[in-house]
Write a new protein. Structure first.
Length: 410
């Protein structure tokens, strides 16, 4: 686990650095207001993608991991291709409804919004294929494409100065890169599935499993982006940019947690299927300790030098160093609780994780809805914090009850 985690960690560090540079390019090129609109729509598309995936990302990861372990390549291919069909259908419908909503509500739709909606199916399919490749023991290939190539494409095309740096062109670039990365991923998947092109997979159990997880994925993504979404709802564009930049920096710790989660998620499914709960618990706590060890240096730098980091995005962000400090401490709490959500999903407790993330979203939305009009970005911080506290509290209760795991132990 350590060897794989180190590799994924290196990729995530490089990817995080490129992502960091990409966001700074956006804020410095577009200014706070246009950058706020761009970053808000990234959050909206990510939320739409969670709905459009129909909960199939983790279903595919779990199913492909098991089929790969049993060398059932035809079934593996059929599962993924049927998932592609479902996701293509749902994301196309969501894009159409999003287009109609904008036109009906405002009487028009802007070009950059159309580009984002057009990119939605490709963006969503890429995420699903990433999980499929990971499940087929293609962790390295999966990480290299999504972690390195995607941000490299974005940064390189901007630095080539091939187009004017404005909101429309940056959004068009996002759509182009989303399409390009999708086709790269699909080619890799064909190789991992031994060039099997099977489509015969029962759709009812697929939709049944995905139907439970789609609610979880949508509300989980909503919880991640709740601050900027509610600030955008109240049209506080400048504060959207500030909050997104701060949360982007704070969640750079995800390059540690993501690296470890990518490694242990298939192991959770396999150990649970074999009934080896001892190894399951050992893997959970080993992953938790590795994540905490990995984030400590970054945590210290952000807490001590928040203004210096934010200056990289423009002088107008420097005064919000305290926001960054609060959000990084929030991320520390998430990491300390370990890969608890992944563990619940990969052990067949999809309904449990679905219910608890919905509950946390409701509490957080109520807090944000009433606090943001009064205290602005502080209300967004409170909404985000409440979502984390409620979600992790319920994780503690359910894992203690279902698997006898205390997530607060080290």
């Amino acid at each position: 686990m350590v060897k794989k985690s180190i590799f994924v960690l290196v990729i995530k560090v490089l990817g995080a650095a490129l992502s960091f540079f990409w966001v700074s390019t956006i804020t410095n090129s577009l200014g706070a207001i246009d950058a706020g609109n761009y970053l808000l729509w990234i959050s909206i598309i990510t939320l739409m993608s969670s709905a459009g995936s129909f909960g199939l990302n983790n279903v595919v990861l779990k199913g492909v991991s098991i089929f790969e372990d049993e060398a059932k390549y035809s079934e593996m291919s059929a599962l993924v291709h049927k998932s592609v069909f479902v996701i293509l259908l749902t994301t196309s419908l969501i894009s159409f409804l999003g287009y109609q909503f904008q036109v009906q509500r405002f009487g028009y739709i802007l070009s950059y919004q159309v580009y984002f909606l057009f990119a939605l199916p490709f963006f969503t399919l890429t995420m699903m294929l990433s999980h499929a490749i990971q499940g087929a023991k293609g962790l390295y290939e999966s990480m290299l494409v999504v972690g390195i190539l995607q941000p490299v494409f974005l940064v390189s095309l901007v630095k080539l100065e091939l187009f004017k740096h404005d909101l429309n062109n940056f959004s068009l670039l996002f759509a182009f890169v989303s399409i390009l990365v999708f086709f790269i991923y699909y080619f890799i998947w064909l190789l991992k599935s031994r060039l099997h092109l099977s489509f015969s997979y029962p759709i009812k159990p697929l939709l049944a499993s995905g139907g439970v997880l789609v609610i979880y994925q949508v509300f989980q993504q909503y919880n991640v982006a709740i601050g900027q979404l509610l600030l955008g709802f109240y049209e506080l564009d400048r504060q959207v940019a500030v909050f997104v930049v701060c949360i982007k920096v704070a969640t750079l710790v995800n390059f540690i947690t993501f690296a470890v989660n990518r490694v242990v998620a298939p192991d959770f499914a396999i150990f649970y299927k074999k009934g080896d709960l001892t190894k399951l618990r050992e893997t959970f706590f080993k992953a938790k300790r590795l994540m905490l060890l990995g984030i400590t240096p970054f945590l210290c730098v952000v807490l001590v030098f928040p203004e210096l980091i934010l200056k990289f995005f423009g002088n107008e962000f420097i005064e919000y160093g305290y926001v960054l400090q609060i959000l990084i401490l929030q991320q520390l709490l998430i990491v300390y609780c370990g890969p608890s959500a992944y563990l619940l999903v990969m052990t067949g407790n999809e309904k449990v994780i679905r219910n608890q993330v919905v509950i946390s979203s409701i509490f957080a939305t109520i807090i944000g809805y009433y606090c943001i009009p009064v205290i602005g970005i502080y209300g967004a911080i409170w909404a985000s914090l409440i979502a984390v506290l409620v979600s992790q509290g319920l994780n503690f209760f359910h894992l203690r009850k279902l698997l006898n795991i205390n997530i607060l132990k080290y």
